[in-house]
Write a protein that binds this ligand. Structure first.
Ligand code: BES
Ligand code: ZN
Ligand code: ZN
Length: 464
């Protein structure tokens, strides 16, 4: 269990724990006046501002620095203990009053996320041991563990360099999940993709020595409601023959970020034993350049039967997804969620922290956006604006894969996908960045779970 790296648990009967006093920002002044003079002086000497997330080690009555105080807010406290988790040393328990269980759960999750670092390729020198927190009595250590390991899995997958995160490595990740949770795994590789009609996945992957595949994992009781997750697993996106220029290729190892979200979410669902029949579809490909790469002006077939004129080989994500979505719809699931690092335009519109979410079902998306707010995993609903469908018209095929004009790039990508979804199948598309563009407490620069906690909360409320 990853739990012991960050926590101590009640059942080990831990002794001599130091204390973190959780103080609400608004109640700080009142709290301070009730403290002994040395504590008041200490707070003043340290120019402590008492903003949410701030942490201060304070002297105990013997004048020794032992306990800490940490400031939380009235709500949204996921990352309120993240700085403390990174800075403190030793073992702690929380001292608090009037804090609900959801907040305590979030504080524990943020504590562990504050201690995340990706050290597979660079072992930190003189790394101190993580501070450990006693999980409060009402909080399920298993639920905390399930959440943090799933976020860590997403981050690790995205952070792993592309030479170690190729289609076969995504397949191995699925295999581990299938073995651990007794799921069924089917992998369709290379020429077999064509045989089974996944022409678009094949076309994107055809130029790479790292052969493409469709990963299909199912888990759970067949009688339970069917929920399908679809992930874009482009292990590296060079742009293909429409090669990316300048710096725009730098971060493209994270173009399997959708697949990472979906594996993390699947792990969380299976670990928490949600009563659903889960299906995970991941298209694992590398969009690379060779004599056999697909070309601008190729016209390709798709699983759905629609033809697509390739106008830009860099708009490859929607191609691999469209075959997955068509496949997903065949068994008429209750709902489909797809995750993809699909467009640069989504970042232009909403920046790196807020993935746009699109859906053909208002109820589902409204509920999901509400969950995203509660979970501090914000999603923003954007429209599937019908008029822009004409941007994707082709004179020689059913669709182009990239619009001739550059307006509304995230919307037109979502509209493209909608062509491959059955009208009466509720479908949600999340155009995520899967990356923290800068370091903040609990959110280090690098791979990030985006939308995963929101969708889990939605599923838990709906089916749990
Ligand atoms: N993987 C990129 C999208 C992307 C770019 C995500 C930068 C995050 C950061 C995707 O495959 C792509 O290249 N999209 C193009 C589409 C265009 C050619 C219509 C884009 O957004 O520029
Ligand atoms: Zn691309
Ligand atoms: Zn891409």
């Amino acid at each position: 269990m990853a739990l012991e790296k960050h926590f101590v648990t009640q059942n080990t009967n831990p002794k001599n724990l130091k204390i973190i006093h959780l103080i609400k920002d608004k109640g700080f002044d009142t709290w301070l006046t009730s403290q002994a003079k040395p504590v008041q002086n200490w707070v003043q000497t340290n120019s402590f501002k008492a903003k949410k997330g701030d942490v201060l080690v304070i002297p105990n009555k013997d004048g020794l620095s032992e306990d800490a105080l940490c400031i939380i807010g009235e709500s949204k406290n996921l990352y309120a203990l993240s700085s403390a988790a990174a800075k403190l040393e030793g073992q702690y328990q929380l001292n608090y009053k009037d804090i609900d269980d959801k907040t305590l759960f979030d504080l524990c999750v943020g504590w562990a996320l504050g201690q995340y670092n990706f050290d597979r390729y660079k072992k930190p020198k003189d790394k101190k041991e993580n501070a450990k927190l006693l999980i409060p009595a009402n909080i399920s250590p298993q639920a905390v563990d399930a959440m943090i390991t799933s976020v860590q899995l997403v981050r690790d997958l995205v952070n792993t360099p592309p030479n170690d995160m190729l289609p076969k490595d995504l397949e191995a990740t699925a295999k581990t999940l299938a073995d651990t949770y007794k799921g069924d795994l089917k992998i369709t590789r290379d020429q077999d993709l064509v045989k089974h009609g996944y022409h678009a996945i094949y076309a994107v992957g055809q130029g790479s020595d790292n052969r493409p595949s469709l990963i299909d994992l199912t888990w759970g009781n067949a009688k339970h409601p069917k929920v399908t997750l679809v992930g874009k697993g482009v292990c590296f996106d060079t742009g293909g023959l429409n090669i990316k220029t300048g710096n725009s290729m730098n971060l493209m190892k994270k173009d399997m970020g959708g697949a990472a979200q979906v594996f993390g979410l699947a792990r969380l669902i299976m670990e928490m034993k949600l009563p659903i029949r889960l299906r995970v579809l991941v298209a694992a490909v590398e969009n690379s350049i060779s004599g056999n790469s697909f070309r601008p002006s190729d016209i390709i077939q798709t699983k759905k039967g629609l033809t697509v004129e390739i106008t830009n080989t860099d708009a490859e994500g929607r191609l691999v997804l469209c075959d997955c979505l068509a496949e997903a719809c065949l068994e008429k699931p209750e709902v489909i969620f797809d995750f993809a690092t699909l467009t640069g335009a989504a970042r232009v519109a909403l920046g790196p922290e807020i993935p746009p979410v699109y859906s053909n079902n208002k109820e589902v998306v409204n509920e999901l956006v509400e969950c995203s707010e509660e979970e501090e995993d914000q999603l923003w609903n954007m429209p599937l604006w019908k008029n822009y469908n004409s941007y994707m018209d082709s004179s020689v095929a059913d669709l182009v894969n990239s619009s001739a004009n550059s307006f509304a790039g995230s919307i037109t990508a979502a509209l493209f996908l909608q062509n491959f979804v059955e009208e009466n199948t509720p479908w949600v598309h999340i155009d995520c960045y899967a990356w923290n563009a800068s370091s903040k407490p609990g959110r280090p620069l690098g791979g990030e779970a985006q939308g995963m906690r929101a969708v889990f909360s939605y599923l838990e409320k709906r089916y749990g």
